[in-house]
Design a protein around this ligand. Structure first.
Ligand code: E4P
Length: 216
């Protein structure tokens, strides 16, 4: 399973990139708006220059034609941009058109297997299942991820499944076990994935024991 960072924060992306395990980034208008700038293009271009992998960038308009036009514009900003299109009727139509133009689409805001299946049939490169938001309303988001992975594999659909709206490290464990191709995680969760108290205790003990003997 690949790990993407789910953020538009440049500092977090730079820090994450240093670890050498980040394959891509997903952003959305809410995440970009938290960065305190109205310059969408500048933020996107900077992210694309830091991470060479796929960078998902959402359209900011509704309607088939406006979405297609904006997708064409945004995808001209950098070669590694993937356009996020919402799982609506207009979004599906736009996804089909963009896929024909070889513009990569992340069919986003998916909450069901049916939405993901339609996105894949339209030619989306990725579908994003929002696990945490489903959990929030009492559903089991990861079960849906598991079902999508199984169905895509059964029908040999090339579309990759992104486990999105990840809230805690256990979601990453469950996403990997469910067979998600990608988990897109907030920076805080990425750091939590690495933390273990026994590792910290172990490092301190190894260093302490060695210092004890080397001082003799
Ligand atoms: C995914 O691409 C979205 O940006 C993100 O995972 C949404 O997560 P949230 O439910 O925490 O807003």
């Amino acid at each position: 399973m690949q790990i993407y960072l789910d953020t538009a924060n440049i500092d977090q992306i730079r820090e994450g990139a240093k670890l050498g395990i980040i394959s891509g980034v997903t952003t959305n208008p809410s995440l970009v708006s938290q960065e305190g700038t109205a310059d969408y293009e500048a933020v996107v271009r900077e992210i694309c220059s830091i991470i060479p992998g796929p960078i998902s960038v959402e359209v900011l308009v509704e309607g088939v034609e406006p979405m297609i036009e904006q997708a064409q514009l945004i995808s001209s900003w950098a070669p590694n941009i993937v356009i996020k299109i919402p799982a609506t009727s207009d979004g599906l139509e736009a996804t089909s058109a963009l896929a024909k133009e070889k513009i990569k689409v992340n069919f986003t805001l998916c909450f069901s297997l049916n939405q993901a299946l339609l996105g894949a049939l339209a030619g989306a490169t990725y579908v994003s299942l929002f696990v945490g938001r489903l959990d929030d309303i009492g559903h089991d988001g990861m079960e849906v991820v598991k079902d999508i992975v199984e169905v895509f594999a059964h029908y040999k659909l090339a579309t990759e499944v992104i486990a999105a709206s990840i809230r805690h490290p256990e979601h990453c464990v469950a996403a990997a076990k469910a067979g998600a191709h990608i988990a897109t995680v907030p920076y805080k969760v990425l750091m939590q994935m690495l933390q273990h108290p026994l590792t910290d205790v172990g490092v301190a003990r190894f260093i302490g024991d060695w210092q004890g003997v080397s001082r003799k």
